[in-house]
Design a protein around this ligand. Structure first.
Ligand SMILES: Nc1ncnc2c1ncn2[C@@H]1O[C@H](COP(=O)(O)OP(=O)(O)OP(=O)(O)O)[C@@H](O)[C@H]1O
Ligand SMILES: [Mg+2]
Length: 227
């Protein structure tokens, strides 16, 4: 069982929440020259912290009075419904298959201004669904309705899903687990994304140990706003 907490909601004064607020600010700066409404979060490998980063950052953005939508486009191992305790009987996969307006399946969270489109049931053909015209339409329409759309996705190494999605968003944030991800592996992920024309706007270095202060849960950020 995974243990998830939305730190930015549960403990807004903690250093972790502060790190997310700084990440939020840096993304706002990346937004100055170009529109960066639709952001994809991915990583090289599994378990690096993509889903927790998306959830915490989205909450931090909603706390700054932004209307934020999380789309759980990890149609292989979804977690946003678990993080927010939401029903996942319907969601993205259903809206893609049935051609139903996606807003019908968007759910509210306890955080005002933060909505989630959960993955829905796991389909047999995630890459095909994520590369569909309908998916592009969902992303386009959601960016008209919300101030920010944060897309959770699978790791880049094993499957093509994130590379497919990277072409439909404005920017990609690579989440790297400190000490866990091998450098070569991370570079491969970056190259794979850049090959399909993705704009990597920055990296989040997650799981940095701050032993001296007794934190074992800390986010480091590095949004450059450029390639
Ligand atoms: N900074 C952190 N410190 C400690 N634990 C963390 C941190 N970030 C994430 N975790 C934990 O690590 C696990 C994996 O996190 P998460 O689900 O966010 O990763 P993921 O990259 O989305 O994984 P997957 O590849 O399965 O989609 C979870 O149990 C989460 O609570
Ligand atoms: Mg995940």
């Amino acid at each position: 069982m995974r243990d998830y907490t939305i730190v930015t909601s549960a403990n807004p004064k903690s250093p972790v929440s502060e790190a997310f607020r700084i990440l939020r600010t840096n993304i706002q700066f990346a937004n100055v020259d170009q529109v960066m409404k639709k952001l994809l979060f991915t990583s090289a490998g599994v378990n690096e912290g993509k889903s927790s980063t998306v959830a915490n950052l989205a909450a931090a953005m909603a706390q700054a009075n932004k209307n934020v939508l999380i789309i759980d486009a990890d149609l292989r191992k979804p977690s946003q419904h678990k993080i927010f305790g939401l029903d996942n009987a319907s969601g993205l996969s259903i809206t893609l298959i049935e051609d139903v307006p996606f807003m019908k399946y968007v759910q509210k969270t306890e955080q005002i201004g933060l909505d989630v489109l959960t993955s829905g049931p796991i389909p047999p053909n995630p890459a095909e669904l994520l590369g569909s015209k309908r998916m592009k339409q969902v992303l386009m329409l959601s960016a008209e309705i919300y101030d920010m759309v944060l897309v959770d996705s699978p790791p880049t190494i094993a499957v093509t899903d994130s590379s497919i999605l990277a072409q439909t968003v404005n920017g990609v944030v690579l989440v790297l687990a400190s000490g866990e991800v091998n450098k070569e592996f991370a570079l491969q992920a970056k190259e794979r994304l850049e090959k399909v024309g993705a704009k990597i706007i920055g990296t989040v270095l997650n799981k940095v140990e701050m032993k001296s202060k007794g934190y074992n849960y800390y986010y480091h950020y590095d949004i450059e706003g450029k390639n």
